[in-house]
Design a protein around this ligand. Sequence first.
Ligand SMILES: *[C@@H]1O[C@H](CO)[C@@H](O)[C@H](O)[C@H]1NC(C)=O
Ligand SMILES: *[C@@H]1O[C@H](CO)[C@@H](O)[C@H](O)[C@H]1NC(C)=O
Ligand SMILES: *[C@@H]1O[C@H](CO)[C@@H](O)[C@H](O)[C@H]1NC(C)=O
Ligand SMILES: *[C@@H]1O[C@H](CO)[C@@H](O)[C@H](O)[C@H]1NC(C)=O
Ligand SMILES: *[C@@H]1O[C@H](CO)[C@@H](O)[C@H](O)[C@H]1NC(C)=O
Ligand SMILES: *[C@@H]1O[C@H](CO)[C@@H](O)[C@H](O)[C@H]1NC(C)=O
Ligand SMILES: *[C@@H]1O[C@H](CO)[C@@H](O)[C@H](O)[C@H]1NC(C)=O
Length: 758
Amino acid sequence: MYLFFLMYLLLTIHAKSKLVSRKTYIISMDMTFMPKAFTNHHNWYSSTIHSLKTTNHASSEYDESSPSLLYSYDQAIHGFSALLSQDELEALKKSPGFVLASEDRTFKFQTTTPEFLSLNPNTGLWLASNQGEGVIDTGIWPESKSFNDDGMTKNPKRWKGKCEEAQEFNASMCNKKLIGARSFGKGLIANKPGFNISVNSARDMVGHGTLTSSIVAGNYVKGAFFFGYASGTASGVAPRAKLAMYKVTGKSSTYESDVIAVIDQAITDGVDVISLSMVFLNESVPLEEDNLAKATFTVMEKGVLVSTVAGNRFQGDQRIRNGYPWVMIVTASTIDRWFAGTIALGNGEDIVGWSFFPGKDLLQNAILLHPKILRPCDKIRNVPNGIVVCRGEYTKLKSQAWSLLDSNVLAAIIIIDNPSTYVMEDMHFLPLPCILISSDNARVLKDYLKSAKLLIANMTFQQTMIEVKPAPVVASYALRGPSPHIPCVLKPDIMAPGSLILGAWPPNTPVGEIQGHKQKYQEFLVSYGTSLACPHATGVAALLKGAHPEWSPAAIKSAIMTTADHLDNTNNPIRDNGNGLKIAPPLARGSGHIRPNQALDPGLVYDATPQDHVNLLCSINFNSTQVLNFTGPNSYSCSSPSSDLNHPSFIVLLRERKRRASPIIQNFHRIVTNVGQDASTYKVMVTAPEGSTVVVSPEKLIFRKRNEKKSYNLTITYGGKAKSSFGTLVWVEENGNRKVRSPIVISPDVYKTSTGLC
Ligand SMILES: *[C@@H]1O[C@H](CO)[C@@H](O)[C@H](O)[C@H]1NC(C)=O
Ligand SMILES: *[C@@H]1O[C@H](CO)[C@@H](O)[C@H](O)[C@H]1NC(C)=O
Ligand SMILES: *[C@@H]1O[C@H](CO)[C@@H](O)[C@H](O)[C@H]1NC(C)=O
Ligand SMILES: *[C@@H]1O[C@H](CO)[C@@H](O)[C@H](O)[C@H]1NC(C)=O
Ligand SMILES: *[C@@H]1O[C@H](CO)[C@@H](O)[C@H](O)[C@H]1NC(C)=O
Ligand SMILES: *[C@@H]1O[C@H](CO)[C@@H](O)[C@H](O)[C@H]1NC(C)=O
Ligand SMILES: *[C@@H]1O[C@H](CO)[C@@H](O)[C@H](O)[C@H]1NC(C)=O
């Protein structure tokens, strides 16, 4: 009776007033306002939030819950995240020390190749180093063979991270390879109160994090394969590096408040490199309100490189993501491997085609059905068991294959006109045995189809082909520069393998549907995305940090960029699969394809300090107050604003002008540091972009000592029509092998940034 009455009372109150709705916000605070009474910032923030409860009494709204503090941030940004109503937010804005509030945003994850990168345990970079990095992702499957600690040394003393005891995860699951595992999800829970977190710990229930961390630093695993494909010894790029997993909870997306908390923790724990394979869904936030921009800036200040993704194409949006000058943006390429199947025809002819079917010698002497006319695969109806020949379409392959299965087809030979995207980038499972062949190869097949009455064929699968040409090629799904944030710094920075990549996979997470068997489980997975390119570059950065602990994030990024390859394995300029295999501009490929061993010994580096990056911010309509708000309480000055960051690349943005009377002239000033031999001389070699002249002064740099700095000027005069073009500047070592290469880009100002940006 009593219970009933209480419920009734609650219901009446509900009916009379509306429920307070709250959102999560990230709040920046000015630390100098913290009253002396508080011993630490966390107490100050809690007390600030607590005071909002009492000031809210006057509100007409019924309030059964309270504003709450999610995280206090100490390193990445100064401030906290909280669940607040509109009224509480307004009250908070009047609190002492309040700087800025921004709404929490969502991130989306951007879903073994060491041989192709020329990494060999006996030479080069793999000998030079072993280092530790933090991966921010969906968690990790600690039992995966990739995270065994065979041959690993003990953990460094300075490491402060830990392995959190939680659901299905205990501290004994960490070892000398996996040295940290933490989980963050308060932002997600606050935004989605009913969200079912299936396992509340660093354990990966999605797969993405296990995949990316095995690519960064997976240990050697003999006999790794994915349904028989890509078999061999798998390992990450830095197999001797230490790994710490920071899980941000969520299935395909996650919250900024959690990501900032992770970065805060990773800085405290002492990671050497951070790998972030995710992008914001909503990018239209100004830089000064962008907490990820602030947090990654702080990471750079602490001497740690953030390696992140360019992002995958999303509903036609081509703008590159995460385009901050102080992080390394990685775009994705194809590799020189593909997966094949062979059709043996009854007349003794063999046709090799593309296939990813998990069976082996599946079909022997099967009847090949003779088509009168070649039909699209989804128009095949009521056929008896046998191999059909039909016409496929790349964008519809999956549904066409399902329709074949529905029509009782045993297997299919699919003729496809332009197989390059499927073949090079995202060969995926089709639910029945099939082999794709090109129209060229179809001729051999058609001759046989005409030749006999009883047609038979064998189909075999699980063949892995290497030395595919051309490779690498820029993947069509990768987003393109320039960066909408700060277009005057060329992005992306570097390209790394992102297609048909083998990585570790949680054995409880299904990988696809094959012939009615809906749940297939494997310990490794072949996948694609800029998500898989980023960890390759992170691994290389970790190796470099180990070999050169004194190098700044900018120096590491420079070494990776200036030694990248601009040619493919046919010795021609790298091509773009997103643009009909035309030559790829630096806005698609960055400096080129990553070359780990060359990055170890770049000769010269373009270094940049945090103040250099502040000079850039000051030049793009950030005044000193705003810069201080952005960088936190550290002392920076806005006295020498400059959009000319000492970055190993050059970009001229062409502003809209009705009639351009005179040519555009842009000057660049660069400082290079000699990290090679003491006495060395470099001579410049320039290929000017079409329609421009490029003058470099001086043309020779003579170094006497290691770590000596020299500067040079570069002037681009452009009189052409407002079209994209590009060239290169290379400092070539005399009596040596080092080449220090930078791309030069002339690009229309696509974001119309003429008002102040650059
Ligand atoms: C910068 O911070 C100060 C307080 O430290 C604040 O008053 C001001 O509004 C902030 N400006 C911007 C543009 O964020
Ligand atoms: C940790 O997990 C392992 C594997 O499930 C188990 O064998 C071990 O007893 C656990 N240890 C503790 C302290 O819970
Ligand atoms: C939450 O997920 C677990 C594991 O997947 C499941 O057993 C449980 O029924 C789910 N709970 C709800 C409320 O959906
Ligand atoms: C993206 O963020 C901006 C700024 O916070 C906001 O005004 C806009 O509504 C958001 N767009 C979407 C689609 O969420
Ligand atoms: C298929 O394979 C079997 C067994 O190897 C062989 O005897 C047969 O001749 C093959 N058929 C064709 C069409 O190649
Ligand atoms: C910086 O810009 C902000 C916003 O436009 C303005 O309120 C502030 O007074 C400026 N500060 C300085 C030092 O110019
Ligand atoms: C580069 O140009 C600046 C400004 O014109 C000049 O002061 C400087 O001496 C030049 N440096 C070199 C190395 O030519």
